[in-house]
Design a protein around this ligand. Structure first.
Ligand SMILES: Cc1ncc(C[n+]2csc(CCOP(=O)(O)OP(=O)(O)O)c2C)c(N)n1
Ligand code: SF4
Ligand SMILES: [Mg+2]
Length: 331
């Protein structure tokens, strides 16, 4: 007889993958305790604490694995996600996964889809993925080709708004006024310049592909639902996920979700869906917040508040959020 006989057993790690979970009645177990659950990217990777990209990729690919019954292949551009998950000879991926070059993940994904088609394997599906540098900048030509040919691939961009893996350089997705290593907080217009923007979800919509959506790591159920919807379709699909980067954004690791939520609630990052090039759904702002609340949590915007408050720049950033709110009908 065990020492605990007659006494209720107390599990200290309920909600984790600990063995104790699997001793509970099935209805009390967490998803994490289910040995059958998909676990595309698992322990042992080297992402920073609070990395939004690791979180976003895990939820997105787990959802895609569920939607395809585990019949999935991923092509991954060079970048943080690839580097932290596959330090040779180790890998955190528990699914067929290929590392492409920095700029050709969409083309590699297309090639895999074409090979599967030639082999008559319509049951195996393909995901391409990369960071904003790999997607918005260097991989854009390959991605546009993938869209224009309507190749049967879901491409996911994890947007942390700079080239993080190589030390936080500006990308085409870096927002105005943000400090990066190549847009320092110096001079009369500190940080990244105000430009016309390079809005890849809108560029994807212009290709009139079957499905385009945006999401953030603040709403993981929404992200999962969008991946599921995308995997229920054929042809070129694009998902753009805003992922907090505590290192590059100089924010607290514990604030990853809060920062991503404020990006949406301020209107700076509109969350929406588009079908065949037409806006088909919008995730409304629940409690509208001024952009200042979002910016203040991040060291990359500290120069807007210290040593002097830059009301002029804050007004310009707020105007960008207001424009999004009006354009997408976010409130
Ligand atoms: C052709 C080429 N140029 C530059 C690099 C170096 N490089 C590797 S990852 C990277 C930045 C990746 O940025 P992003 O795609 O935004 O992904 P993140 O690391 O931010 O997730 C760069 C510049 C490379 N591997 N190949
Ligand atoms: S630098 Fe940013 S994206 Fe890269 S692992 Fe760290 S938190 Fe994640
Ligand atoms: Mg990036």
């Amino acid at each position: 007889m065990s020492a605990t006989a007659g006494r209720p057993i107390k599990f200290y790690q309920v909600g984790s993958h600990a063995a104790g979970n699997r001793l509970l009645d099935p209805e009390l177990r967490s998803v994490a305790a289910d040995p059958q659950r998909s676990n595309s990217i698992t322990k042992g990777h080297r992402a920073c604490q609070g990395c939004g990209e690791a979180l976003g990729a895990r939820y997105a690919l787990d959802a895609a694995m569920r939607a395809t019954g585990g019949q999935l292949i991923a092509a991954n551009a060079t970048g943080c996600l690839e580097v932290f998950s596959t330090p040779y000879p180790e890998s955190s991926w528990q699914m067929p996964w290929l590392h492409s070059l920095f700029g050709n993940a969409p083309a590699v994904a297309t090639g895999i889809a074409a090979a599967l088609k030639a082999k008559g394997r319509s049951d195996v599906r393909v995901v391409g993925q990369g960071g904003d540098g790999g997607t918005v900048d260097i991989g854009l030509a390959c991605l546009s080709g993938m869209f224009e040919r309507n190749d049967d691939v879901l491409y996911i961009c994890y947007d942390n708004e700079a080239y993080m893996n190589t030390g936080v350089q500006r990308s085409g997705s870096t927002p105005p006024a943000a400090r990066t290593m190549t847009t320092q907080a110096v001079g009369s217009e500190p940080g990244n310049a105000f430009g016309q923007g390079k809005n890849l979800p809108l560029i994807a919509m212009a290709h009139e592909i079957p499905y385009v959506a945006t999401a953030t790591v603040a709403e993981l159920r929404d992200l999962e639902a969008k991946v599921e919807r995308a995997m229920g379709m054929r042809g070129a699909r694009y998902l753009h996920v805003l992922v907090t980067c505590p290192l590059g954004w100089s924010c607290q690791a514990a604030d990853t979700i809060k920062v991503a939520r404020l990006a949406k609630e301020s209107g700076l990052f509109p969350v929406f869906e588009a079908t065949d090039g037409v806006l088909s759904g919008v995730s409304k702002i629940r409690r509208r917040r001024p952009v200042e609340e979002y910016l203040r949590l991040q060291g990359r915007y500290r120069h807007l508040f210290e040593p002097t408050r830059r009301e002029d720049v804050l007004t310009r950033v707020q105007a960008l959020a207001d424009r999004n709110i009006e354009r997408f009908g976010l409130v």
